[in-house]
Design a protein around this ligand. Structure first.
Ligand SMILES: Cc1ncc(COP(=O)(O)O)c(C=O)c1O
Length: 435
């Protein structure tokens, strides 16, 4: 879309600046088959776009529950009992399924309480302003855009907003020592949605406690994949998929964990894990509880059945995800290709040597039967423009074989960022995968 297509986008306005910032995406949108595609058909992790079947390495359905016959088979009974959609806002009334899911979450995460709302986008826009009040938000520079947007709502209501460099506790401590106006809220991702790496959580949590701040985490990706560590864990993601706080052995003191079911659990549903008193406050003050439409019954059902599957065979599914991810990472290392992923989490961003090759690279992948997520500017810094691969439990070994072949062909055709000649600046993020 050109700027002139919107009446409010006169030169110099925020809208014109925003549309300018999105110019690269608008370009890709106009011509790249990996952007805004119409998926005509799904067969496992093969998807049909137009007349072409491609392998889906862009799905975030990490546990593969979108295709799981136990989930699919259970949903009709729930629909027969509850109808397709409750339609009451949660404030008016909630099907008992909500209480059941919240109860299971409390046990799984080891938190005092949890509140379900439709999406993380709703949660950030509503909860961040309530927690920040007229105080100060300290925002990690690479937090997810929806977290940033929640912070800007808070700023509009009187909070101050300051950002600090990604994963840099020293920079945060410097800001905290300047005694910003309280209440203090530190916002960041759990498992980062682009790098796949966790933050140095112990340091951030210690700073939050020392400065009487709340650490607000968005673990959209970690929940369902990483979890508590045990000596007999089947893979380095740990057990139970109970999220980044448990994975890194932290407590919930001064920590508010948010995450969603829309990735690992394939359901339109999200939660904020918090003390009981905060939950009660959110029930009367958070607009998505008061006014938003609820999640469809099929999503509540798939979350509930998904939690049962997680308890029964989640660790097996995670071991599959890890095995596939490990193969891709080892292959990239063998090709000498850089990736920011140091954790073996199933998000693998592959940067190009030249950001201007993005359209070409996307087209190459599509033409060779691979569907991936394009990592475009300004979603990532210019020197990280490339593509992102995700691995789910539903990707077969043969599909990973084919992906490895295509990556080798791509590396021989379009220069990818080299692991040795262009190392990433800044300190290396901490690893999940200690092998
Ligand atoms: C880190 C992160 N936070 C939030 C969201 C948005 O989640 P939801 O669809 O629940 O609003 C996403 C989705 O991509 C995400 O990756």
């Amino acid at each position: 879309m050109t700027n002139s297509a919107l009446p409010g986008a006169a030169p110099g306005t925020w809208l014109a600046r925003w549309l300018d910032a999105c110019a690269d995406l608008a370009d890709l949108h106009a011509r790249n088959p990996l952007v805004d595609a119409v998926i005509e058909e799904v067969d496992g992790r093969r998807i049909r776009v137009g007349d072409r079947w491609v392998l889906d390495f862009a799905s975030c359905n990490y546990l593969g529950l979108d295709l799981d016959l136990e989930v699919i088979g259970a949903i009709p009974d729930y629909l027969a009992r509850w109808g397709t959609h409750p339609s009451w806002s949660r404030m008016l009334g909630s099907p008992a399924l909500y209480e059941q899911i919240e109860g299971r979450l409390v046990e799984l995460l080891g938190v005092e309480d949890a509140l379900l709302l439709p999406t993380l986008t709703h949660i950030h826009a509503a909860v961040i302003p309530l927690l920040a009040g007229a105080g100060t938000i300290l925002l990690d520079a690479r937090a997810h855009k929806t977290v940033y947007d929640g912070c800007t709502v808070a700023r509009a209501r009187g909070a101050s907003l300051v950002s600090f460099p990604h994963n840099d506790p020293d920079a945060l401590e410097f800001l905290l020592r300047r005694r910003p106006r309280g209440p203090l809220l530190i916002c960041m991702d759990g498992i980062n949605s682009m790098t796949g790496n966790p933050p140095p959580l112990a340091e951030f949590a210690a700073l939050a406690r020392a400065h009487d701040a709340l650490l607000y985490l968005d673990d959209a990706h970690g929940f369902g994949v990483v979890g508590e560590r045990t000596p007999d864990e089947p893979c380095p993601y740990g057990r139970r998929g109970n999220g980044v706080v448990r994975h890194l052995g932290e407590t919930y003191d001064n920590v508010v964990l948010t995450a969603g079911f829309s990735k690992a659990y394939s359901s339109l549903l999200a939660f904020v894990a918090c003390p009981f008193d905060l939950k009660q406050m959110l029930k009367v003050a958070a607009p998505p509880y008061l006014y938003s439409g609820p999640s469809p019954i099929a999503s509540l059902a798939s979350a509930l059945v998904g939690l049962e599957i997680n308890a029964a065979r989640g660790d097996q599914l995670r071991a599959r995800i890890h095995a596939g991810t490990r193969r891709i990472l080892d292959h990239l290392a063998g090709l000498g290709v850089a990736t920011r992923n140091t954790s073996a989490f199933p998000i693998i961003e592959v940067p190009l040597a030249d950001a201007d090759d993005l359209d070409l690279a996307g087209r190459f992948l599509f033409d060779h039967g691979i569907y991936a997520t394009l990592a475009f500017y300004p979603g990532v810094p210019r020197d990280e423009v490339g593509f992102r691969l995700q691995v789910t439990a539903a990707n077969t070994d043969e599909e990973v074989d084919r992906l490895l072949e295509v990556l080798a062909e791509l590396a021989a055709t379009i220069p990818l960022r080299s692991a040795t000649s262009h190392p990433f600046p800044g300190q290396p993020p901490r690893a999940i995968d200690v092998r």
